[in-house]
Ligand binder design. Structure first.
Ligand code: OGA
Ligand code: NI
Length: 196
């Protein structure tokens, strides 16, 4: 019912904020750094329903992608597996765990962290027998948020400098939707020293 969903959204949001704080600290930044950069974060929820598929080898439930937002909190179907992530060039099944969420780093945290955290390539497969349901909650920067990696992560100390140029989330978003989804990774378009 409405109240349950509303509570869920609020709790998931708080969890996302805590994770952003912990990620900031793990990068040696102020605890609030990521939250400050992302501003008043948008939150979207997708309820994905994957019906049984007579020939799962011919199609994906969801083709390979990275999430274009900041952070995704995914509640998997507890009974039916289907999520896979790309690790070291291989697709690995992420089977559901009781009482556990799957957390995806999205493109914005990859850019913000200057590539120290990488957005994960993932996809969903189907099966012939059982429908599958998942609930994804996406935390997104506010439209005007300026996404750029802080000095501490982008060099000074002889490392290679910023990988990506600064951009607003709106700018990213517009690029993202103006391409075909099977084209190169959208973040590639924001690399330093690339000519468009
Ligand atoms: C998504 C997603 C995976 C799943 O909604 O972006 O990756 O298991 N979902 O449904
Ligand atoms: Ni996804």
């Amino acid at each position: 019912c409405r109240e349950t969903v509303s509570n869920y959204c609020q709790e998931v949001r708080q969890l996302g904020f805590r994770l952003e704080e912990l990620i900031s600290e793990s990068l040696g930044l102020e605890k609030d750094h990521i939250r400050n950069v992302l501003g008043d974060q948008g939150q979207h929820m997708a309820v994905n329903f994957y019906p049984p598929c007579p020939q799962p080898e011919l199609t994906y439930g969801l083709p390979s992608h990275t999430d274009p937002n900041a952070l995704t909190i995914l509640l998997q179907d507890q009974l039916v597996a289907g999520l896979q992530v790309l690790k070291d060039g291989k697709w690995i099944a992420v089977n559901p765990h009781p009482d556990a969420f799957v957390i995806n780093i999205g493109d914005q945290i990859q850019a913000l962290s200057n590539g120290r955290y990488m957005s994960v390539w993932h996809r969903a497969i189907t099966n012939t027998k059982t429908a599958r349901l998942s609930v994804a909650s996406f935390l997104c920067p506010e439209d005007d948020a300026l996404i750029s990696s802080p000095q501490e992560l982008a060099g000074r100390d002889g490392s290679s400098g910023a990988i990506y140029r600064g951009f607003t989330y709106t700018e990213y978003y517009e690029k993202f939707w103006s391409r075909n989804l099977d084209q190169e990774h959208c973040l590639e378009l924001f690399k330093m020293n690339t000519i468009e």
